[in-house]
Design a protein around this ligand. Structure first.
Ligand code: ROI
Length: 166
């Protein structure tokens, strides 16, 4: 649904199958085409160690900063459509490899806890592949329930996270 207000939404992007670098680059382009939404900026692409079963390829991760008039659930539907276009399947093992994962990390000052969606994303504070690119795109970000990104990010171990592009 269209919203009178423009909200800053931060999207976590991850892939570790079928040319992850291209998957992430193409996802960023798709994000720029969402209706009622503007792609404000995006982070470098990073290579990260898999969280979850270790017998899977490394991930490529990034974070995009959107300005949107869509409500959170409508935005989620757009993200799921992009995941599907990228051949995402949902029948694999928990925390198994994936062609494309798009998560709403932060949606303005909102907090939400529904079956479909938890905002802010519950994994933010323990995931270096989210916190470092999020800090790169907005060093002044305040995350509801968690606080200032510039305080949280340095407390998170980098775990071999490597920047692939500037
Ligand atoms: N691990 C890394 N490094 N990056 C991800 O984007 C990622 N996404 C996931 C799980 C399976 C939890 N592991 C990940 O969904």
């Amino acid at each position: 649904m269209r919203n009178q207000f423009i909200t800053d939404a931060y999207i976590g992007i991850g892939s570790n199958l079928q040319n992850p670098f291209l998957q992430v680059a193409s996802a960023i382009e798709q994000l720029s085409l969402i209706d009622e939404t503007e792609l404000h900026s995006f982070s470098s692409l990073y290579s990260s160690r898999p969280m979850g079963p270790p017998d899977q390829p490394p991930y490529v991760n990034s974070v995009a900063w959107l300005k949107t008039r869509l409500d959170a659930n409508s935005l989620l539907l757009r993200l799921q459509a992009i995941e599907n276009e990228h051949g995402r399947t949902r029948d694999g093992e928990r925390w198994g490899p994936r062609t494309l994962d798009l998560d709403i990390l932060v949606y303005g000052n909102f907090t939400l806890n529904s079956q479909a969606l938890t905002i802010p994303h519950p994994g933010i504070k323990s995931r270096e592949f989210v916190l470092y690119p999020l800090h790169e795109v907005n060093k002044n970000l305040m995350i509801p329930n968690l606080g200032a990104i510039h305080r949280i990010q340095p407390r998170c171990y980098a775990n071999g996270l490597t920047r692939l592009s500037i």
